[in-house]
Each structure stands twice: as C-alpha cells, then as structure tokens.
Design a protein around this ligand. Sequence first.
Ligand code: ADP
Length: 490
Amino acid sequence: MKLKPDVRSINFKTFVYFVLFAGTLMLLLWALQVLFLNNFYGIMKSSQTKTVASELQHSYLHKDQENFFLDISNLSRSYDLNIYVITYSGGLPILVYTTPGDDIRDDYSTAIQSLYGQIREDGIGSAELDQTSGTMPKKMFAYASVLNQAGCGDDYEDAVVLYVFSPLRPVTSTVKIMTTILIYVTIISLILACILSLYLSTRITRPIRKITRSAERLAHGEYGVVFKGGHYTEINNLADTLNSASIGLEKSDLMQKDLIANVSHDLRTPLTMIRSYAEMIRDISGENPEKRDQHLQVIIDESDRLNNLVEDLLTVSRLQSGKLSLEQEEFSLTDTVSAIVSTYDIMADQGYRFTVDCPLDFIVYGDRDKIRQVVTNLMTNAIKFCGNDRLISVSLKKRGRAVRFSVEDHGPGIAAEDLDHIWERYYRSSSNMVRSAEGSGLGLSIVKEILTLHKASFGADSTLGQGSTFWFEMDIVRAEKLTEEDNPNG
Ligand code: ADP
C-alpha cells in the first residue's frame, strides 16, 4: 500500500483546494465576527443614534409639541436610548424633556455641557462624543443636534438642543458564544470539505482511470476497446475523441497491412513476369526476333509498372513527411491537359475515345508538374474504370473566377458510402471489380494532397453503374482565346 500521497493527483489537489477554501472562509468569518464585532457594534450604534436624531428633528419641525414628545418616548423605548431636550435662553439651559422616569445623571450633565460647548465652538449645529472622550461616561455614545437651527442665532445662545445617549452594551459574552459556534462551524465545514472533495475527485478520476486502462489496451494493439465517458462533458469529449482516434488507428493499421500485402503482390507479379519472360527469351525466343521483341516489350512494360509503383510510394512518403513543396508559376492548364490527353492517342487502336471540351486558354498559378500528376492520375483512373463505351470526356470550364477541370467516364461508378473514402490512402472501393494489382490505392490520395497544397477545391460525383466525374478547380490568372493550332478540339 502506498502511504505517500501523490501530490500531483486530482484527488490530492481537490482535497487541498477544498480544505484551503473552507479554511479561508472560516478565518474570514472569525476575523469579521470575533475581532471586528466590537468595532461594527460601535459604528452601528452611532449611525442608529444619528438616524433617531434626524427623525426627531423632522418631528420637531413638522409636528406639535405633544406628538413630538410622544415620538421621543417611543423612539427612546424601542432603541434603548436616553433622550433629553434642553432649551437655552441666553446660554442658560432649561430641561424641557427627558425620557420618562429619567433625570439627567451627573456624568451625563458633564457630557451635555461638553457637547453644547462643541456645538457653539464648531458652529455646525451638531456634535458627538464617544467613549474615548474624557467627559463621557464609559460605554456610551452621545449625539447632540440643534432643533431650531433657523432661529437660534449664530452663537447658539437660544438653541433648542436634542441630546441622545446610546449605551454600548459589552459584547464580550456575545463574542464568546460566537466563538463556540464558530469552532463547531469550522469543524463541520472542514469535514464537509473533505467529504465533498473526496466525492468530487472520485467522480472525476474514476472515468479518467478507466480511460487510461482502455488507452493502455489500445497501446497494446487491442483496437476494439471502447472509451467510456463519465458525468462531465469534458471527459465525455475526451472519450469520444479517443474512440474516433481508436477507430482511425485501427483503420490506418488495416490499411498499412493491406498496403504491404498489396505492394508485395504488386511487386511480385511484374517481377515474376520479368523473370519468366527473360527465361523464355533465353530458352525459346532468343533466336526468333519477332517473338523476342514481343517478350522484351512485356519486360519493358512490367518494369514501367514497377517504376510507377515505386514512384507512387516515394511521392506518398514525401507527402507524408511534409517534404513536398510547390514550385509555383503561371502556366497554361489548357496546354497541360491537352498534352496529357494526346499521350493517350495511341490507345485509340484499342477502342478508347477521348473528347476534350475547352473553349479558352486558361492560365493558372501553381506547380505545373504536380498538376500534371493530378491530371494524369485522374485520367489513369478514368481509363481504368471506363466502362464498355471506352469514352472519356475531359473538359475545362470557367466557373466564376475559377476554371474547373473534369474527367468523366461511364464505368462502374462508386457507391455513395465509398465516395468519401476514395481520397484516403490505400483505399479501394468495393464496388469495382478491377484486380488489386491494377493500382496501389495511392493515386487519389496523391491528388488530394497536391490539390490541398494548392488550396484548390476538388471532388467526385458518381452514380453506381453509370460512371463517375472527377473534378478540381483552380483560380484563373487570365483566360486567352485559343489560336488555331492550340485548339485541343481541333
Ligand atoms: P488505385 O491506384 O487503386 O486506382 P486510387 O487512389 O487512384 O487508387 O483510387 C482509389 C479507388 O477509388 C480505386 O481503387 C477505385 O475503387 C476508386 N476509383 C477511383 N477512380 C475511379 C473511377 N473513375 N471510377 C470508379 N472508381 C474509381
């Protein structure tokens, strides 16, 4: 059993964060409630006293004396205040109101004198004293306000002054109770933080652990594993991504194996042919020039096939390693296409017919050799899958600011479910009956890579049993009229 916790684990970190959070919250509460309670209480009391004074000021100005006194009595009772109203005449005090059953205590009268002195000195119509001032009784806040501000003269000699005394009750006992409560709250919240962090982190880590185990199985080549998510969108997304990665891996692994099988087959067939025909020349046809030439031609054709296959493999490997860069220039797509189509002229003997529909000389910007390869690959496929009529129609048409090259055949076509995949490496659609040795399954993936590098759009439209049209589009730099000798139709 591991005793040392993994400090980088989600479990440990969630636990620490939760405990820290709960701890900070508790500390704040302690600080606010216990340490500052005294200050809060003092501030609250002073603001309450001032509010009462302003209410009474209002009552003095707008109500008759009886109601004014009634207000004083009510407010002093509800807020636990001692209230006095003193009228001054030429500076001499006459007590006109005191809280019922209350005579001015000696210590209050010193405070009253001090407050009145302050009012006269400051000239702002109000004054206050708290327990820090020497003239104040302990644990007391006092506030004085001149009620007849308008008619009392500048030196407040004939003022009517309201005195409000608010006792500050000791909060020590309250603080003690609060401390006990807070100790309980702290313990409970820390326990809750632990439980919650454990619960949360387990809910997060359990699916991650499962995913890790599945990934380990995948790493050992078990492609069928399913990654299961959990209760969280992020983990579900991760599981989904890994599931599709696993499917992709399985597919690519299958394709790689397929490729090796195909390539070895593709290599073996021409090699066997070359060897057998070489033997035939040595043993049989060496003396017969006609036969010998025929056999030599087979050897040459098969070597070409080998060459093409190796060429394709090299291009794919260069594309895969990202080493293929474009050497772009302006060139005539019309010329390039016509030149390629004319190389197939010799196939007319075998019944192949090629039509080219191209109204203008389209100048485009791109890598001429690579585009030539694209056109060749698409043409080769069209010939390979051309159907009984052996008719292949090539066209270059203006579409907006682009020119669309398309090559159409009337062959077996491609099933809709295969259509998205034919551009993948090593993919061969199941719907055509061409033997695997006819192609490496690399042609269209090369086309796709080159056109993607050119940022050109491309695609294939096909109906099963009726034929296919492969196309790509490139931006036109300019389009010129064709001269008589250029005319590919001519
Ligand atoms: P291959 O060398 O096998 O032709 P490609 O990458 O050129 O490889 O083509 C991939 C697959 O797409 C082919 O095996 C074939 O199934 C399908 N395909 C390509 N072009 C055509 C077409 N013109 N008509 C029907 N199927 C086609």
